[in-house]
Design a protein around this ligand. Sequence first.
Ligand SMILES: NC(=O)c1ccc[n+]([C@@H]2O[C@H](COP(=O)([O-])OP(=O)(O)OC[C@H]3O[C@@H](n4cnc5c(N)ncnc54)[C@H](O)[C@@H]3O)[C@@H](O)[C@H]2O)c1
Ligand SMILES: O=C(O)C(=O)C[C@@H](O)[C@H](O)[C@H](O)COP(=O)(O)O
Ligand SMILES: [Zn+2]
Length: 375
Amino acid sequence: MNQDANTSDPVVVEVRAADPYSVVIGRGLLPEILEACSSSRTVAIFYQPPLAQTAETLREKLAEVGVDAHRIEIPDAEAGKDLAVAGFCWDVLGQIGLNRKDTIVSLGGGAATDLAGFVAATWMRGVRVVHIPTTLLAMVDAAVGGKTGINTDAGKNLVGSFHEPAAVFVDTATLETVPRNELVSGMAEVVKCGFIADPVILDLIEADPEAALDPSGDTIVELIRRSVQVKADVVGQDLKESGLREILNYGHTLGHAVERREQYRWRHGAAISVGMCFVAELARLAGRLDDATAERHSSVLASLGLPTGYDPDAFPRLLELMAGDKKNHSGFLRLVVLDGLARPSRMEAPDPSLMTAAYATISEGRAPSGGGILL
Ligand SMILES: NC(=O)c1ccc[n+]([C@@H]2O[C@H](COP(=O)([O-])OP(=O)(O)OC[C@H]3O[C@@H](n4cnc5c(N)ncnc54)[C@H](O)[C@@H]3O)[C@@H](O)[C@H]2O)c1
Ligand SMILES: O=C(O)C(=O)C[C@@H](O)[C@H](O)[C@H](O)COP(=O)(O)O
Ligand SMILES: [Zn+2]
């Protein structure tokens, strides 16, 4: 959102939901952001600490067009997805008098869009939210589709709401300050989109993984556009995850368990990278996925620097944690698996011996405690 960044014509992906909205992808999107917010009398900008200067620039520009804009810093990363932080945000909204004609803006990674989206969903039973995702992961995934939430002692994202944004502004110039490990983490969700729906994504990454990770290159913009399109197509058909949307949870059943076991010190993308390798191997052992597609998981994820296995001793605990997954029915584990490339399906009540074997295969040779990969 740097006002000095080179501008070019933005690409727009439409989310054809009940209340349609646009995901605008480009560089230097400040004019579009101001236009999206300027009909509100009051705007609250919830931002993560590294975005303080950007938040101040946005606040000043909104003030120049007569908006009573406030910037409110939230704790970084998963520490922000917390009930006490949501309570703090509600208090601030009360103090600044934000009402149903007004707008909440999120500025930051997926933890910021999830928290601000949740606060917007609950304040006055729902106010407008505009997302400005600033990590790769938030651009391709968290800012689109209306899933909002916080973590509780019972698990990750167990408290939340479906609350779609009024608009999403993906300013790719913001990627230039994102630490490399966060870019790598975001690539896991990009790869997910490749396996579940758009294999061209995998071809682009395999052709040159370093180019894919270049925050100012053309490849990353194409990967963002394709991933956003995958997500938009899915959530446009099934906002509330009554069926199709579950495919976006590919790799997340084990991945969320790893995140919790690591007390959120692992990056989300690193954990779901392991989760995708696990379900690929499980589907292969169950005779549902061909060897080449299964092996392609670990090769493409490893080429980006993502982990493909985890602590060999952790599986009993991970199984306990997976029992709380939101996709489970009637006490049975339900996993998203592939029956082929871009052919997502479900596996219900998986054979425990196959799961143990799949986990052992991906974790072979790993050090206990996950090998210290925090990514
Ligand atoms: N709602 C959804 O559909 C959805 C989808 C995927 C992930 N998620 C959630 O998103 C979260 C992960 O998001 P994330 O990976 O973006 O993590 P994050 O929000 O924790 O951000 C990662 C780090 O990058 C920093 N950062 C953000 N933008 C920056 C910038 N431009 N320059 C420098 N530093 C910057 C942040 O301050 C943070 O330290 C998880 O909680 C996950 O559950 C939600
Ligand atoms: O949008 C979705 O639907 C997803 O599942 C996207 C996931 O990448 C994302 O991590 C999401 O937050 C997971 O949601 P949850 O319902 O499994 O908590
Ligand atoms: Zn995810």
